[in-house]
Design a protein around this ligand. Structure first.
Ligand code: CS2
Length: 467
């Protein structure tokens, strides 16, 4: 029988290992969303911080629904490996920054107990865009969102990320403990401000005094996160077995690149994440916009071009010269909607993105990136379209990308999205004269200015008609 990763296995010298005393590591961060991204990004930065300046910053990893990664962590003493893949070869590292693991669906009280404890000073999250219950039209709470509605009904037994945070803050207030810092690591623009507003709105609905206390004493720094981390496959796990000599159910592959830009606004300290290269900035917004519009917007374009051309991975799309040229053209147009970004040479950033997308060792599925596109369109394509139109530009690139998405949904006849029913109905109702009309009629999906801009909609239609 093959053994698996745990505290007691001896690993090959070639595998990097936590360079600190794990037995002495105390919890200080509670993280929501035990997906691939967190494990290969924030947990890696925390490992670097612990190596450089050891402190009580162990991570309590909470998954909201699925118990699977929680059980896997339990089975592996909290350890898992991340393999950096590039033309230079494979480099694996075992990450040990996680000190406890909980599935909130089955052990809610244990999560709330941690949230109330003074030693938990930071709550981070990667729960994906759709988990927040953000109404894109108002920027406030979507009261019809299932988790939001449920957590407003039974606020002392929450199941969603906002409900858990608000109940945790309420318990701290009652116990005379200062709030934890809430650090959102999801791909939303001004993510700290967005989450602050949602948390305050939920708190206000249960107790205005709680909302006032959080508003006065809490902190919600914005952050821009970046690393391409495909969902793991059997290939990933087989490779880990070869490199580690033992099984690792949580193994991940990733690229060499990683970036984290964080607003330095914490209630009660933080790990020395700069040891891993994190940048602390006064204003994160220019970095967020750059990344959401250039990386993520182009990802959405490439993923749907791939689906339309029967290609599985982003790297396959990049290997077709006329499709790779679309990615470059998209970024070269959208870059004009950005403000200058301190310390970043934008043309070089674009070249670097194209090289990252083309990395032949990274198998990033187009279908994975296509997930939840209705939640991604506003920040990736629609806001830059509005900005371009306001500047008197015709916003062709974003119109093309939206047309490609619509054409891909029609071609595939399916999508994985919280608004799936509406999207599929729109696809079924498409007609030749104005093929995008049924999509523009989906309530609240497109901002009114775009719905009213006939010329932009015609550009979307022209794109659809090329497929
Ligand atoms: C991707 C992102 O799945 C997606 O929608 O665009 O997960 C992307 O890989 C990361 O944001 C890169 O930092």
């Amino acid at each position: 029988m093959t053994s698996h990763l745990s505290n007691s296995v001896q690993l090959p010298q070639t595998v990097r290992q936590p360079g600190y005393d794990r037995a002495a590591l105390k919890p200080g961060i509670l993280h929501f969303g035990l997906g691939a991204f967190h494990r290969a990004h924030q947990a890696v930065y925390t490992q670097r911080a612990l190596q450089d300046a050891f402190g009580p910053w162990g991570i309590v990893a909470v998954n909201l629904r699925s118990a699977e990664p929680v059980e896997a962590l339990q089975n592996q003493d909290g350890l898992y490996s991340v393999t950096i893949r590039s033309h230079e070869g494979d480099q694996s590292e075992v990450i040990g920054a996680t000190v406890d693991w909980i599935c909130a669906a089955s052990e809610r009280e244990r999560v709330l107990d941690y949230l109330a404890r003074p030693e938990i000073r930071i709550v981070t999250m990667t729960v994906s865009e759709k988990a927040y219950g953000l109404d894109p039209a108002t920027g406030g709470l979507d009261l019809a969102h299932p988790a939001v509605a449920a957590d407003l009904r039974t606020s002392d037994a929450p199941s969603g990320v906002l409900g858990l945070i608000v109940e945790g803050l309420s318990r701290r207030r009652k116990a005379g403990v200062k709030p934890f810092t809430v650090l959102c690591c999801d791909n939303l623009p001004s993510n700290g401000k967005v989450v602050r507003r949602l948390v305050l709105e939920m708190a206000e609905r249960r107790d205005p005094g709680l909302a006032a206390w959080v508003s006065e004493h809490g902190a919600f720094p914005c952050s821009m996160v970046d690393r391409i981390v495909p969902a793991a496959t059997d290939e990933t796990r087989k490779r880990a077995l070869r490199l580690l000599g033992v099984e690792d159910r949580l193994a991940l592959d990733t690229e060499p690149f990683l970036q984290w830009v964080i607003e330095d606004d914490f209630v009660d300290g933080r790990p020395k994440w700069e040891a891993g290269g994190a940048i602390f900035a006064d204003d994160v917004e220019p970095y967020e916009k750059m990344k959401l519009r250039l990386l993520n917007g182009t990802h959405t374009l490439l993923a749907h071009l791939g689906i339309l051309h029967g290609l599985d991975y982003i790297r396959d799309v990049m290997a077709v010269p006329h499709l790779a040229a679309k990615a470059r053209a998209h970024m070269e147009e959208v870059v004009a909607t950005l403000d200058p970004v301190p310390g970043i040479d934008l043309p070089a950033y674009i070249d670097q993105l194209l090289a990252r997308f083309a990395n032949p060792t990274i198998a990033h599925r187009n279908i994975q990136i296509s997930l939840d596109t209705t939640q991604k369109l506003p920040q990736r394509l629609l806001s830059p379209a509005l900005d371009a139109l306001s500047k008197g530009q015709d916003a062709s690139a974003t119109a093309y990308a939206v047309g490609v998405w619509i054409a891909a949904v029609r071609r595939r006849g399916d999508c994985d999205d919280p608004r799936r029913e509406e999207v599929l109905q729109a696809a079924a109702a498409m007609h030749d004269d104005d093929p995008s009309a049924s999509f523009f009629a989906i309530p609240g999906l497109f901002p009114p200015r775009l719905v009213e801009t006939r010329a932009w909609r015609d550009r979307v239609n022209a794109a659809i008609k090329t497929f």
